[in-house]
Design a protein around this ligand. Structure first.
Ligand SMILES: Nc1ncnc2c1ncn2[C@@H]1O[C@H](COP(=O)(O)OP(=O)(O)OP(=O)(O)O)[C@@H](O)[C@H]1O
Ligand SMILES: [Mg+2]
Length: 290
């Protein structure tokens, strides 16, 4: 169920971060892997029982595995500040050239200030896919923030692309007056990265979502809706993990009705909870077919 880009999805508290960490350990047995959480809460650090800062960090005693807790809003804010000062510089350069700028300058400022919500997380994803394309990693496993609702996130590349094009069009109006230089080049890079991400998301050989769920009626019907929506977006479901489903004397749960290609497994309740590399590996080894 692990694809080059694997996104772990599911309701709050079902075990997404734990599953992401366990899959990452499995993947690292053969492939250079990065596991990233874009969740502002320090969740991966808890699951792996080690410090995980906002940069690729080797997981202790594990070859080929790095982890990162990415602050998506900070990354996007840095990019936005860069554009803000570039835009200011462009308009400053235009001063005294007899062009009425007040209007466009206001538009440019608004475009930057009012970037669509969720753009920060999608920007984080473009940084991650860049890591894949530059061949630094063979696998990237993402544990997304619960707030940046996954479905919104998956629809985001289009919105973000439209946003970057608007900004570009505005700046292009002045290209003959002031050279756009780095700004234009970087905006082009951003839209190229967004398009690459959009393509990657829809390539079932390279990207898949792993749904984590509990065998409870409410969670089950929500997961079913989630699966349907992901399908509607044309994104593959690579796997379903029925978490905490055995070990309570219950019968094995039914699978989720999703595409045949999806690998479905039952992950037992572990006592104590699977925290740290060794416990995660043992827990992963205990998963069974439903
Ligand atoms: N199979 C399991 N057996 C025992 N404990 C588990 C199991 N799966 C997860 N847990 C524990 O449940 C808690 C929640 O798990 P986790 O943080 O992975 O969920 P999450 O879906 O990432 O939550 P959030 O939505 O808050 O990010 C953690 O303390 C974790 O150790
Ligand atoms: Mg989590």
């Amino acid at each position: 169920m692990i694809r080059p880009l694997t996104i772990v999805a599911g309701k709050g508290g079902v075990g997404k971060t734990t599953v992401a960490a366990a899959l990452a350990l499995e993947s690292a047995a053969r492939h250079r892997t990065l596991v990233v959480s874009t969740d502002p809460a320090p969740s991966l650090a808890d699951a792996l029982a080690q410090d995980v800062p906002d940069r690729d960090t080797a997981v202790r005693d594990v070859d080929r595995l790095e982890a990162r807790q990415m602050d998506a809003s900070a990354a996007f804010a840095r990019m936005r500040d860069t554009y803000q000062s570039r835009v200011d510089a462009i308009f400053a350069g235009l001063m005294g050239k007899g062009v009425d700028l007040a209007h466009d300058r206001a538009i440019a400022r608004d475009l930057l200030a009012l970037a669509p919500p969720g753009v920060d997380e999608i920007y984080a994803l473009t940084l991650l896919t860049d890591a894949l394309f530059k061949d630094a990693y063979e696998r990237v496993i993402v544990d997304p923030a619960p707030t940046g609702h996954l479905l919104r996130l998956l629809e985001m590349p289009q919105l973000a692309l439209a946003w970057s094009h608007q900004l570009m069009r505005l700046l292009l109006k002045y290209k003959d007056v002031v050279g756009l230089g780095d700004t234009a080049r970087e905006l082009l890079e951003l839209s190229r990265d967004l398009r690459a991400l959009e393509t990657l998301l829809h390539d079932e050989t390279r990207c898949g979502v792993v749904i984590v769920m509990l065998d409870e009626p409410v969670v089950r019907s929500e997961s079913q809706r989630l699966a349907a929506e992901i399908g509607r977006l044309g994104i593959a479901i690579a796997g379903v993990v029925l978490n905490r489903s055995v070990g309570r004397g219950a019968a094995l749960p039914a699978t989720l009705p999703v595409a045949q290609a999806a690998v479905q497994v039952v992950a037992p309740t572990a006592d104590p909870p699977p925290v740290g590399v060794d416990a995660l590996r043992r827990w992963r080894a205990s998963w069974i077919a439903p």
